[in-house]
Design a protein around this ligand. Sequence first.
Ligand code: SF4
Ligand code: SF4
Length: 448
Amino acid sequence: MESKRLKKIPEKVTIPLKQHDGTICEAIVKKGDPVLIGQKIGRSTSYYSSDIHSSVCGEVLSVEEAPHPNGNKVMSVIIQPMDSMETVEFVPKKDASSEELVTLMQEAGIVEHYGAPTHTVLRPEGKQIDLVLINSTASEWIGGKYKTPKEYASKMIAALKLLMKVAGASKGAIIVRKDDKESIEAFEGVEVNGKALEVAPLVGKRRLGHYFADQGSNIIVASQERIYGKKILNFFTYNVTGRKVKIGCDPTDVGVAVCGVKSAKALYDAVHEGRPFYETVITVHGTKGCPEYMLVRIGTPFKDIIEACTFEEDVGKIVANGVITGVAQYTDEVPVTKSTTSIILLSKEEVLRDQSLACIHCARCVDVCPVSLVPSRLSVLADQGRFDECRQMNIQNCIECGRCAVVCPSKIHILQLIRYAKDAIAKAYADAAPKESSNLKLGCSGGE
Ligand code: SF4
Ligand code: SF4
């Protein structure tokens, strides 16, 4: 599926100075400054940050707080674009050392869709990474930017090698979705280390370790079931590698760096073309012929993207990044950020159908919870503000997969209630240490 470029230049772009976890950037431009495409407009000296660039050629209108898709207002650089595609000079760095690549990643503004600056995932302080994974199971097809799917596949392999170089990792793998035939066909036969690639199916207990040995290669491509949600990294890591990650920890604690397709491509572009991360591919769901894959500039207002899509009914709700785990938007003026993966459009009729009813105690939410919580009870306690009891019932172990909300016949907003309680608990118990769940079914229950 090809991604199409949003051709219209927005009347105004709003580029938030916080596009990732960690330290917010400071603006290095001010009202009235001219800017070019790719020009740095925000930076931070902290390791836990990543620079920010203009996605348009134009003039800075202001640096002020503006709506962000996360629901808050965030300090942003607001730019009035001109009808020009003038860029700063892009300088490729194909021979960069691994140390230089770390700096390059930070300066090119490369971040993961789940929020972490990518260099901090590859080089976590005090930890050593031995395996890099590119998780393509939850990503949209971005091959449309290349002439052929094979070109896309070759560049992804090259990007994986770069990520491994930065991390100092000896092994790397790209994980595609089992039903993503386009990607599987694209990778089949691509030459890696002098051998034609065979996409390995991860079934049963056959995990990556088996195929690294079987194929005699340190770089492989494997297929896996589709995995949803931004906070599902620990499960993903366990499912493909067998390495268990404790609750409260992340894959880097077991030597695994999980990167996304977009950050891998952004690294490839930065190294081979000298281009920083200032545009991204998103999916738009709910439109005719959906999902639509669109290549858009960071900072483009959602309303410009929605206007360019074919949505035949009245839009009742706009949700960023997934209908279950995403955030409903209160304005269509919010901009695309580096963490935006999708925009979901719901008609007024669909929104009205989503009214909550009383819990019928069917226990479906309990059955599907992968970390053995009791979502029905937690949602009631959260709704009543009984956060201590939520904590006693291990609400922190919720990975926000949204399965409970999907199966609930009463359409109770279980996930939103759980998130509300988790936020309240996080503020009240800022010093609470991560702890291991005693009722965990799989994935995150300690070392191997
Ligand atoms: S979102 Fe629901 S199903 Fe998923 S982990 Fe949390 S409580 Fe369990
Ligand atoms: S799935 Fe919904 S209705 Fe059923 S027990 Fe859970 S919260 Fe109640």
